[in-house]
Design a binder for this molecule. Structure first.
Ligand SMILES: Cc1cc2nc3c(=O)[nH]c(=O)nc-3n(C[C@H](O)[C@H](O)[C@H](O)COP(=O)(O)O)c2cc1C
Length: 376
């Protein structure tokens, strides 16, 4: 129970880097440490896939860091981008990776998400320009750019050259002292990670409540969508979409179809848990079934980018009920979900359906529903 509540409030920040010689990786680890100094913040280290494999990659200490896919970027509450400085720019691998984000861009997937840039340089030539030109891509995505400014600069050793810039941390790998990143460079990286995590927390807290302006009409006061108006008329408030409690996603879009599975969670607790007709009455099982369907709609709304009007139709529902062998009234219970769905979505809420009994269900829920919808 407690675990779920904390998962709900946790933020997940991606530290996405590209390195050949490991300098950027060392900075990335410190960035991650700074992120995790914010309570409830989790940093995920990933590498940018390579255009051409590194000959000696398996021997490198970053070899076990997984490669990211472009489609996972929207899942994070913030992203720190790290690259070597190559001729005053980001590396070609990073450029090639970001050039695959056109789909995310046109779908507004990264808008408002906090982002920051850190780098590993040689002499440091052009490093500020490299960070600023990196910002262009993030700005075109509408990301919120976090810069360290002069954070921590009074605390670092100024008797040696340091890679810090007001735009982002960097390291001077070719400095004559040879011990890079320096303590000071790592210190700035850590502070920058922490600043990103704080912004990511703010983003997480507000992203659900404030619908994007692009979802409202161009002029006049924003009108609620057709389905939102229907929900209001029925006096139904969708719950917060339950956070996943394992290594899975709340929804997956394949082509135009969305796949969703939910149990009867309500505010982090299963509603009316137990076996139907033993601990749970038929009426309670019906309530749990309606709650499960509302959870599905909450997740569906997320999948539809916050606008349920983008749902073309329901396709199929599969209802599992925690029952004793020989139970036969699955249809009576499942009708609660089917009727509610049709009431809300109208004719496009009609669906094919299967129901079955189960000898147990996750978290002792009385019901679990798998749902498939089609988006516009
Ligand atoms: C093609 C290329 C171009 C580079 N251009 C610059 C540069 O403009 N400025 C600079 O300070 N270092 C430059 N360097 C040095 C790298 O930025 C430096 O070695 C960096 O620490 C490498 O990062 P890594 O250890 O993460 O691979 C360049 C290196 C390469 C291979």
């Amino acid at each position: 129970q407690n675990k779920m509540t904390s998962t709900d409030s946790e933020i997940k920040v991606l530290v996405l880097f590209n390195t050949e010689h490991g300098g950027t990786y060392k900075m990335a680890k410190e960035m991650a440490a700074g992120i995790e100094k914010l309570p409830g913040a989790k940093a995920v280290l990933k590498q940018v896939p390579r255009i051409k494999p590194l000959e000696n990659e398996v021997k490198q200490d970053f070899a076990n860091i997984p490669y990211a896919t472009i489609d996972e970027l929207p899942e994070y509450d913030g992203i720190a981008f790290g690259s070597a400085v190559h001729f005053g720019n980001m590396s070609a691998d990073m450029r090639y990776f970001l050039d695959q984000s056109v789909g995310l861009w046109t779908a507004h997937k990264l808008e408002g998400k906090p982002a920051t840039v850190f780098m590993s340089a040689g002499s440091g030539a052009g490093r500020e320009g490299a960070i600023l030109s990196f910002w262009n891509t993030l700005a075109v995505h509408g990301m919120t750019i976090i810069s360290p400014g002069i954070m921590g600069t009074s605390e670092i050793d100024k008797s040696i050259p340091q890679g810090n810039t007001v735009f982002g941390a960097s390291s001077l790998a070719a400095a004559v002292d040879g011990n890079r990143p320096s303590k000071g460079e790592l210190h700035i990286a850590s502070l920058q990670g922490h600043a990103l995590a704080k912004a990511a927390k703010g983003y997480q807290l507000t992203k659900k409540d404030i619908p994007p302006l692009s979802a409202s009409p161009a002029s006049g006061s924003p009108k609620p969508g057709r389905i939102e108006a229907k929900l209001k008329a029925l006096n139904i408030q969708l719950p917060d979409a339950p956070a996943p409690v394992g290594n899975y996603k709340p929804f997956r879009i394949s082509g135009k179809q969305v796949f969703i599975n939910q149990i009867a969670l309500k505010a982090g607790k299963v509603e009316h848990p137990g076996m139907i007709d033993r601990e749970v009455t038929e009426e309670q099982a019906k309530q749990a079934t309606r709650q499960t369907l509302l959870n599905i709609l909450a997740v569906l709304k997320q999948a539809a980018g916050g606008d349920l009007d983008k749902v073309k139709q329901a396709v199929q529902l599969t209802g599992f009920f925690y029952t004793a062998a020989g139970y036969t009234k699955h249809a009576v219970l499942m009708n609660e979900a089917s009727n509610l769905l049709v009431e809300i979505l109208g004719e496009s809420g009609m669906h094919t359906r299967a129901t079955l009994g189960a000898s147990s269900l996750p978290m002792n829920s009385a019901v679990e529903i798998q749902a498939i919808f089609e988006l516009e």
